[in-house]
Design a protein. Sequence first.
Lengths: 368, 96
Amino acid sequence: MAPKLYYPNTDELRAYTVRFHQPPVFVKEDQWFRENQAALLSLANTDYGRDLLCLDPRRKRPEPITRLTKNLCSYYLGQQNGRHYWATDGRVGAKWGNVIRSRWLEVNTALEQHRARLYLEGLLRLPPLRLVDGRVLVPVGGGITTTAYPDPDPETATVDGNVGRSVNGTFTAVRTGAGDSADPTAASLPCQFYTTAVSGEYDQFFRFISLFDFSAIADTNTKESATYELVSDSTLNNFTEPGSLSMVTTAPDSPTNLIASDYGTFGLTPTAKQATDRLISEINTGGSVYNVWTMNAAGLTSISLTTISKFGLCITFDYADTAPTWAANTNVSVGIFTAEKAGTTTDPKIVLIHSALVSGSTVLIVSD
Amino acid sequence: MRTDYKIKWLTSYDSGQVEVVVNVYEGDVTTELEEDRASMMRPVTRYRRTRLLRTFTLSLTDLPLSATDAQIRRGLNALLAEDTTRTPIEEQRNGP
C-alpha cells in the first residue's frame, strides 16, 4: 500500500471500521503535523481545542501554544532581555498523534472550521492583535525567526564597517564636519572619539554601520519584534560621565561599500533612535558573547522586507551632541567585531521574529 | 588556498524546519597594513577573502526542537570539507 500523507477521511475511516481485517493505514505523522500546524495551533488555543486534544486547560496553562507535534507541545512564555522563551511539554510516546487518531472525526471537523477561519483572516488581511500595552500577540501560526548578517568583503548585497572624521577641532566641529575615512574591510572596528592635549579639542570620531538583507521574507509578513546583536572585544570610557552606545538610522551611499561621506548620513535626531541606549559599562567585551539591543517600534519599522535595512551605531555623546567634560588625552570607545572576522559566531546580526499573514491574528481565537 | 563560509541569513520555523542561505568564499592568510585604533598603520596577519565561490540554500527539516546553531554549523563545516582543492579555515573544521 502506498504511504498516505494524511489521516483517513471520514469515509475511509468508516470503511476501515466495517472491514476489520483491512491493514492499518500508514500515516506520516510528522509531515501531517507540519502541514496542518496553523489549523492545529488555532484549534489548540481554544478551550474546546485544549479539551479535545488533551492539552492543559488555559486556567492551568494560560500561555499561548506555538507548536504542536505528535509528542511535543510548546508554550510561549514571553520575552525578557530581548530573548524569547518557550516551555515545552515533551512525551516519549506520540501522545497527541494518538489523541488525534482516537478522536479523528471530532478533530477533523474542528480543523476544517479553523482552516476556513485562517483562510478568511488571510483574505481580510487583519492587522496583528495587540495587547493594551502595545505588545503584539504571538501568532498561532508560530513565530518565524530570521537572522540576517552583513556580507564580509567582497560584499554582494550588504556591508558593515566604520566611517570617521580625524581632524582636530571642537566637539561640534568634528561631530558635524565631513567624514574623511571609511573602512569596510577590517575584522574589528571601533565606535569612538578622543580628546587631544589641546584644551577643548576633540578628534577621531568613528561611527559604525551595518546593513542587513531581509528581502527574502514576503513583505506581507508581520514584524513582531527584533534584536540587534553584536560582539565586542573592548570598551573604554575615561570621561567622568557614563558613556553609552546608541543605535540609529543611517543611509550609506552604497549597500556594498562605505565611503567617507557616509559619516554625514547618520540619523542624529530623537526619531532616529532605533533602540534603547546601552551603557558602555554594561557591554560584554569577552569577544564571544553577543550584546543585545531590543529594537523599538521605529527600529522595527526600519527593517525593510523589500530593500536593504541600514543601521548605525555611535557613542551617545556624539548622537546627542553633548560633549563630555573635557580632559586631555581622554577617550571613549567600543570595539566591534565585523562580518569580516573568520567564523560565523561573532558577526553583527539582527534577529527578527515575524509571521506569515495567513496565520497572523490568532490568539484572538482564545476568546471563544 | 583556504575556504570559509558565512551565513547570510537563517530562518527557523516553529515546525522545526530551518532554511539557511550560505555564501562560500575563497581566501588566504595574508599580512597587510591595517589602521589601528589610534589611526596608526600596522601589519596584521589574518584570513582575508578574495572571492565569492558560490551561494547555496539548505532546507533542513525534522530538526529536533533543541537543534542549535552549533549543530547547523557542524553540518556546514562538513559541507565545506568536501572541497578537495581548498583547506577550510581553522574556525570551520569539525573535530574528530
